[in-house]
Design a protein around this ligand. Sequence first.
Ligand SMILES: Cc1ncc(COP(=O)(O)O)c(C=O)c1O
Length: 398
Amino acid sequence: MDQAAFIEKYATNRLNTNSLKWDALDERYGNKDLIAMWVADMEFKVPEQVTQALTERVAHGVYGYSFTPDSYYDAFFNWEEQRHGLTLKKDWIRFGTGVVNSLYALVNAYTQPGDGVLILTPVYYPFFNAVQDNHRQLVTSELRNDHGSYSIDFDDVEAKIKANEVRLFIQCSPHNPVGHVWTEAEETKLLALCEQYHVLVVSDEIHQDLEIDPENHPFISALTVANQRFADNVIVLNSPSKTFNVACLLNSHVIIPNATLRQRYDDYSQMTNQTETNILGQTAGEAAYKYGAEWLDQILEIVRDNYHYLTTELAAHAPKIVVADLQGTYLTWLDIRPYVKPEYTREFIQDKCGLAVDFGEWFSANDKGFVRLNLATDPKYVHQAVQNICRCLDELTK
Ligand SMILES: Cc1ncc(COP(=O)(O)O)c(C=O)c1O
């Protein structure tokens, strides 16, 4: 299907659907008329086969207790094998109602209050909450930012692990908000450090399928790095939710290859969280893994084109804005400090440009002056947003 036809078929207006992104603008930003470029979900309907599978399930009319069928595991495992070369086993898998929920559970299951938990900042802000709400010691290592190209300061990571008795490292792979896809070399070095200092790794791989340039920046799961050398020290969290725009169907995976770690997770879950499977989430997930590949490829093309439009226009009209190199995720990270003083970012982006975005300081106290824009949307919104930024900068610098 050509892109225009795809957009015509799948793009939709989400106003008045209880959409957090669109219908909570007034509550969150004090202005209901902004272009919503914040929350990480999409303005695209799910693949039609997913709607069909859900429709059939709903038509049956019963949502009583159920179990996860083998067909779900088959579809999920085939997807992981084919797209990422990741071979999974049924007994490694536990289900959750969302990756953030599972992050909270894992912090509790594997650490004690006061233990150090490491994160690499700037990062998806619920990582901070999962550590701090549970009264663990938040340990941060700031990524190096070389003009929008991000890398890990390994010396700092090692020093922080040693100084703070870190027990757990929560990584974001690919990394939200900077859009970096960790290379095998980076992952190997990082996971080896964690192994050396007995730091358990939780790898949030919810953005695994959102590969923007897979030839040059292929996603590699922490479970497959270095021929699975670290699999016994890694727990992976993933979900069909970002990939297929089904976040509110509350179905996610906790993948634990190591039997001892799995036992600990089960013991913890037994006390706190005896989650049943979510029938609609699993119906959608299975259909998406089985039939959603072409749909996803079209979505990725739209994100690439949106990113291309944004970078080209900004290079022409606002060349000092630094746009991070988008390798993975559909979230673009802009440093607008060359034009706008950090304390005026909100006034500029929200009040002048009319955009609801995620602000840099949500991801790191050091990143006021950065903004994150969601590109998994109808190009008309991206075009409008970019035009607004260029026009308002023009007015500012006149
Ligand atoms: C890195 C990361 N993890 C988790 C989530 C949210 O996952 P869930 O809705 O399954 O809790 C997001 C959503 O933006 C995310 O970017």
